[in-house]
Design a protein around this ligand. Structure first.
Ligand code: PA5
Length: 488
């Protein structure tokens, strides 16, 4: 796969390179010294959280906090290479079987893989020939919505009979911990039937299921029909599962170095062992968000500077919303991409309500990009910026926006990825996962469950005809009928 990754493997092994790749959180623009009072925080405010942070830390290391059965994600940076080698071997097998690979999953069973591929994949991956893709298949995501249009387009595109050449063949990775999630299960039934149509009784070698070790319909089906399976550990919840086969298998299929992702997470896990909480990135981030929420900043915007980071912002959007939006509290997350959204949300973030806190995600060094050249006639009046690269312009825009926000006492912070590669991305995943846990514990909630998600499902399943949900259908039907007076 042609990728944006700058550094080669030899450099990965050097401690100096790893040090240079350390992700940094710049929170100057959260502090009163930069954004003034009362918007900004004082060091004393952060120090004042020492007790709460220490209590959260105790709950984490002793694994005694709410939802402690789901703290397995803390161990994932330390998983051994054997498990990772098996993922890579399966990815290589699938890559040989066909040139189109469909990943099915939703929520935590989708967004991590999406984030990795957005960040580290070639933006034009699917458009390139197989050679330019290093023999990796084209990738498609489905089962992440009930979307008739995208499913129809995919089905039109996939072969209905046995394809003439291996390259035209397709494979499927279905990811669902519960094995019963509607969106994924529906898409899987459709695709499995298509595989059976195309490959007869050899269809099952083209399917990999990532699911629970023991429970669920998908697990039963995999055992019955002989799909290769990967396990989502019992103690890892969906939105904390990016460093399991849930995120790692799709990444490996795209040819991304999953050991580097894990190594990056491990380096962050080591940094986050510090009990000097204000030099511990996850605890510090949690503290900044906690103080902001206490001060009424309950809208959180993560701004991805560059499209490559949009998936990461979306991943954190889900992690934060499903973990922290409980008991009448939490902060409303909003993922945004700049400079694109400077032409829409930018207005409101600069001058709208003061209930917002912005986290910028930025990359400090890009692979060489195209400088804008001098043009003798200066037809567009852009010669003042001749010689500047797109990366330099993006950085200039970010600095300008941060300054403009600060001047208007609007707090923000910036997470710097020295480069965009698997090692830096792995650090970010672990940082935000742990920060979310700490933040939840400081708020006194269980950040590891999602009881609210279940509510709508019973009505939906009832309406779709599931007999065990018939009582919810009846309840739905008792609701007042739509009054035409209120329909225009
Ligand atoms: O974070 C979560 O637990 C959820 O977002 C789940 O990942 C999502 O609902 C998909 O669930 P499943 O993997 O069971 O299909």
């Amino acid at each position: 796969m042609a990728s944006r990754v700058l550094s080669n493997q030899k450099r990965h092994d050097s401690p100096a390179w790893r040090q240079a790749m350390t992700v940094r959180l710049d929170y100057n623009a959260m502090m009163a010294a930069t954004v003034g009072k009362p918007s900004g925080l004082a060091v004393q405010d952060l120090n004042g959280l020492a007790g709460k942070l220490a209590a959260a830390h105790r709950q984490i290391v002793e694994r005694t906090g709410p939802g402690a059965d789901f703290l397995g994600f803390l161990d994932l940076p330390y998983q051994d290479d054997t498990a990772l080698d098996r993922i890579v071997a399966t990815a290589d097998r699938l890559a040989k079987l066909g040139d189109r690979h469909v990943v099915l999953g939703i929520g935590g069973s989708y967004l991590g893989a999406r984030a990795v591929l957005d960040a580290l994949g070639d933006p034009l991956h699917n458009e390139r020939g197989r050679l330019a893709r290093n023999g990796r298949p084209r990738l498609y995501f489905e089962g992440n919505n009930l979307d008739p249009d995208s499913m129809r387009a995919l089905m039109d595109f996939l072969p209905a009979g046995r394809p003439a050449e291996a390259e035209a063949g397709f494979t499927v990775n279905v990811i669902s911990k519960s094995g019963t999630t509607l969106e994924t299960a529906v898409a899987f039934r459709i695709l499995r039937q298509r595989l059976a149509q195309a490959y007869g009784d050899r269809y099952s070698e083209r399917i990999v299921a990532t699911t629970d070790a023991r429970r669920g319909l998908l697990k039963e089906q995999a055992d019955r029909e002989g799909f290769e399976t990967f396990v989502i550990p019992d103690d890892v919840g969906g939105r904390f599962s990016v460093l399991t086969p849930v995120g790692l298998l799709p990444a490996a299929i795209a040819g991304i170095d999953i050991k580097e992702l894990v190594a990056g997470a491990r380096s962050m896990a080591e940094r986050c062992k510090s009990t000097d909480f204000l030099s511990n990135p996850a605890y510090l981030y949690a503290a900044l968000q906690h103080l902001s929420e206490e001060r009424g900043r309950n809208i959180w915007v993560m701004v991805a500077w560059g499209k490559a980071l949009e998936g990461l912002a979306m991943w954190y959007d889900q992690l934060s919303a499903e973990s922290l939006g409980k008991a009448g509290r939490g902060r409303i997350p909003l993922a945004s991409v700049n400079t694109r959204d400077l032409h829409s949300r930018g207005q409101e973030l600069q001058q709208g309500p003061r209930s917002v806190v912005v986290t910028n995600l930025c990359v400090d060094r890009y692979a060489p990009d195209h400088p804008m050249l001098w043009d003798a006639g200066d037809p567009d009046g852009l010669n003042y910026a001749a010689g500047k690269t797109m990366g330099q312009m993006l950085a200039g825009a970010r600095q300008a926006v941060t300054f403009a926000y600060s001047r208007d006492q609007r707090p923000s912070m910036t997470l710097h990825l020295p480069e965009l590669n698997a090692y830096t991305l792995g650090q970010v995943f672990y940082l935000f996962e742990l920060a979310t846990l700490v933040e939840g514990y400081m708020a006194g909630i269980n950040p590891l469950d999602q009881p609210g998600v279940e509510d709508y499902k019973k009505f939906m399943f009832g309406l779709l005809g599931r007999t065990d949900m018939a009582q919810w259908k009846r309840e739905f039907e008792k609701a007042p009928t739509t009054d035409p007076a209120f329909v225009l």
